[in-house]
Write a protein that binds this ligand. Sequence first.
Ligand code: UGA
Length: 438
Amino acid sequence: MAMKITVIGLGYLGATHAVAMAKVGHQVIGIEPNQQKLESLSQGKAGFFEPGLDEALAEQIALGRIEFKAQHDESSREADIHFICVGTPQTPGSLAADTSYLESAIKGLAPYLREDALVAGKSTVPVGTAVRLTELLAEATGFSSPNLAWNPEFLREGTALEDSLRPDRLVVGVTNPRSEELLRAVFAPMIASGIPFLVTDLATAELVKAAANAFLATKISFINAMAEIAEVSGADASQLATAIGYDERIGNKFLRNGVGFGGGCLPKDIRALMARAEELGVGQSVAYLKEIDNINLRRRDRVIHLLTQELGSLKDKKVLILGAAFKPDSDDVRDSPALAIALLAQTAGANVVVHDPVALHGVSLKHPELPVEQALHKAFDSADAVVLATEWKEYRELDPTTVSVANKLIIDGRNVLDVAKWQRAGFRVLALGKTITN
Ligand code: UGA
């Protein structure tokens, strides 16, 4: 049955969740205080690159199932569930997550919250946040025990809508039967389709998300640690990953070695987990995550090391960085390994040029000091070295005989190139996780 809901905060998580909820038939009010974002959303544009999302958003607006407002008004009072989807970025100068947007969201909602309605947090938070927010909500509303639940989201950028509509599992942390009942109702079509629905306490639900991202980051850094050993021992880390991945207990996913993980989630989430564990007096339990972070950051240095080894000094050498987004099918450049490498090469004196099929706008906003080039073939012109840092299809399928470079050197930072093809075109191909033999 169709329910009325609000979705507070319309970044990647909120915009996708709002569209997914409208698609399953609910009536959605999206709350987004940023005026520019609000206008864009109202015109059916999410404001970021996510395959299929704008089309689905426009469709749901046309069907009258979704509308956007700068703040709550009386119509929010009719909603049964309020999903909080605001960001929890890393606090500058600290490892901890900044939860201040959650507090603002609670305060903005409180005057319009019915006592029998539910507040469901979806943002990634330090364990213990939900209890604190429940107290804040009780203070702001005067309700003795407001309904607050935690419902972490596991969507990946690039496949966000599909992940929201058909998640591997739904996890809800609740404190009373009413909250569970409302969440079962809102996710009813998904539960009916067989998606596992796990009911837990608040702390477990919060921790599930942090644990999942820490595990994923660990898998990537594990294979990158093996890559470091492969590079000095004659082994091949990609073949190693394939071989260990056949063991079902290990699995073959998230074992791609290369320039490592970036984005707005894995790096900040492992740091926030370390910070929270430290606060709880069990910092040692996840102290190993510091090394996961270090291994990841060392991959960026490895690319600079290879460039320097091959070119001598980087001073005045033209280095083309293929990719700016932290992964393909996204225009998100937050903590992007590609951009970190570009900045390191620039600091070492190189004339860096960055290409990306969709993310260059974000590069110019965040790093105006980095020269960008939109035309792929032009970007190659007279390059001394090329670094493939984000595995866009455009790069994987590029015909190396069509590009003109000064020095035929390419570093495959994602292990995706057809090495033989590039070698036939006269390129020296250096891939991470392999020993340089030629
Ligand atoms: C990640 C999680 O995968 C989602 O489950 C989670 O919901 C999300 O964070 C979140 O917390 O919101 P996302 O950041 O979109 O999703 O990206 P991933 O697909 O996890 O990739 C993260 C980074 O790891 C990328 O830079 C990617 O290139 C890198 N990666 C991934 C590797 O280097 N090797 C791999 O084998 C896989």
